[in-house]
Design a protein around this ligand. Sequence first.
Ligand SMILES: C[S@@+](CC[C@H](N)C(=O)[O-])C[C@H]1O[C@@H](n2cnc3c(N)ncnc32)[C@H](O)[C@@H]1O
Length: 333
Amino acid sequence: MTYDWCRWQQAAETALYGEEGFYRRPEGPAGHFRTSVHASPLFATAVARLLAGTARELGTDSVDLVDVGAGRGELLTGVLAALRDEALAPGLTVRARAVELAPRPPGLDPAVEWHAELPRGVRGLLFANEWLDNVPTDVAEADADGVPRYVLVRTADGAERLGDPVTGADARWLSRWWPLARPGDRAEIGRPRDEAWARAVASLAAGTAVAVDYAHVRASRPPFGTLTGFREGREVPPVPDGSCDLTSHVALDACAAAADGTAELLDQRTALRELGISGERPPLAQASADPAGYVRALASAGQAAELTARGGLGDFGWLRHRVPEREEGYCPA
Ligand SMILES: C[S@@+](CC[C@H](N)C(=O)[O-])C[C@H]1O[C@@H](n2cnc3c(N)ncnc32)[C@H](O)[C@@H]1O
């Protein structure tokens, strides 16, 4: 057992992505929690429709689909299947590209490219489902005098104590996006997420970028932050020892301001409804006219209801950036 104390960003970086890190494990994220991607194939159908719409806006029949934080490639696999099944984009050629720190899983459709870094010059749709919540951040807490200090964590057991006052760019981020009002208030300093999102959006030459996560905005930040752990489907105390996921909700309004393009923040319920996914039940009359179709439609309505539920997945934030054709010579930083 080690008794090292360090700031949360460094601790989480090692615990999640180090050599023995949680996300290096063979079972992948799906072994520990269920995202919208795993909840229903309807989610991939919605992304396929969004991709087709993006291609129409770009006036092309050949687009990129980049999935950032792709897990084991489940979403890309689902979108390619939806495009095959649905006649929603006949003639559309899709270059499916996963961006993921974990290695390519065996058996993945060879049509899916696997990248460790963001590709550049992407034309099409960049999608990031539950990626930003796993971008490690430091945590700040206001001390007894109300001074925001970095929270230090002991990697072996998750014990915490306060460290130095927060200064510089982190202090500026806190005062702009998440001021700590009272002693004991805590915040996750979302600057690394803003920067990660800005880089992702900058990788688009043209198209749409979407980040989906549990989110909050300045007017309603949780006073004590939301950092927590997950293991085998259960919420657990956040211990940065590689044994569990470490996640916190995302200040998506700050991410929106950090990236270029036109940003729009909406909830998953609204976003999916716009893409034709709603929890509406099929008409009862269908039960006798087409029993098999009725049962299928009913199951689909149940899945859509889960994806759009209040108090559940429907409350996720969707941050959408539209990136118009970049000027010639544009070079992402
Ligand atoms: C919560 S999982 C989400 C997986 C998938 N998007 C889903 O919705 O089921 C987050 C994933 O992001 C990956 N990840 C985190 N930071 C990354 C980075 N900088 N580049 C690529 N992948 C990253 C992790 O390895 C992990 O597989």
